[in-house]
Design a protein around this ligand. Structure first.
Ligand code: ASP
Length: 280
């Protein structure tokens, strides 16, 4: 049996200017990390990353689910993806409206033939499963949109290794904020959320740049070819840094080693393995 290992992130950004907000977010991240770790002790990696990301979506401080950033037309369109490394299966929802937990809808798609749904089709699918329609906007997210203000991009993600040695990851976002309606976020694509039998990686940052890098798949391929996870992260991020792209990523491998790199000023993340843990 493996020692379960969990790493979660709350986004990458410029500076999370307000120190009070930063410390509040860190506290919340830590709480969710520990609650989710308890779940991982008896559950699968797949169920745990779903659980952790749902908790992050439910907290309006994070840019996922309730309280997400709004697009240029004032609407919230959410994207989330999940991947089971044990059977190499990916599923996602893209630009989903009026559903509080996109990660649960993405998870429900894992067993389907059509595993990535967008827009109204994704919403209809969610409704057919009994998900209730809800307004995911909050007074704060509406005020921010009215002032046409972007905030640090606190997208969320989680990667886990369970007792049985299986890896999984999940990622969820409200997007970059103020984007053109119809813009597709990387968070609903494998390049931001990818897991194999050897590692699981979740990325955050400027979606268009993450797409150009193919970051998670690049890291996973390096690991598959024998490179240690940490080195695979360092090598991939050295190239990203040289291009001036802005993104961060977290990951865990099949031995429970963690890795994390960012080209942004801050990447909010926390990890736990047994009694050992860290928060950044
Ligand atoms: N990658 C997300 C997007 O561009 C935003 C983020 O991760 O903060 O949609």
């Amino acid at each position: 049996m493996n020692q379960p290992a969990l790493i979660i992130h709350g986004g990458a950004g410029r500076d999370f200017r307000n120190a009070r907000r930063l410390s509040l977010i860190r506290k919340k991240l830590n709480k969710i990390l520990n609650i989710s770790y308890q779940k991982l002790l008896t559950s699968s990696a797949l169920d745990t990353v779903t659980f952790a990301v749902k908790l992050l979506e439910d907290d309006p401080e994070f840019n996922a689910g309730t309280g997400s950033m709004l697009q240029r037309d004032g609407k919230a369109r959410l994207s989330a993806s999940i991947m089971d490394g044990a059977c190499l299966r990916f599923s996602a929802v893209i630009n989903l409206e009026n559903i509080e937990n996109p990660i649960l809808v993405a998870k429900a798609l894992l067993g389907k033939t059509d595993r990535v749904l967008a827009g109204s089709g994704a919403r209809q699918f969610a409704q057919s499963l009994g998900f209730k329609l809800a307004d995911t906007r909050t007074p704060k997210s509406i005020r921010r949109w009215q002032k046409a203000r972007q905030r640090d991009s606190d997208t969320v993600g989680a990667c886990a290794l369970d007792r049985w040695g299986r890896l999984a990851c999940a990622t969820s976002t409200g997007g970059r904020g103020l984007e053109y309606p119809g813009r597709v976020s990387d968070s609903g694509m494998p390049i931001a959320n990818y897991a194999t039998g050897q590692c699981a990686v979740s990325a955050t940052g400027v979606g268009e740049e993450i797409m150009s890098e193919g970051i998670t798949v690049r890291i996973a391929t390096r690991v598959e070819d024998g490179m240690p996870l940490k080195k695979a992260f360092q090598k991939t991020f050295a190239a990203i840094q040289s291009r001036g792209y802005r993104m961060g990523a977290i990951g865990v491998d099949a031995k429970g080693n963690f890795a994390c790199e960012t080209t942004t000023e801050v990447l909010l993340y926390g990890w736990r393995k047994g009694k050992k843990q860290g928060l950044f």
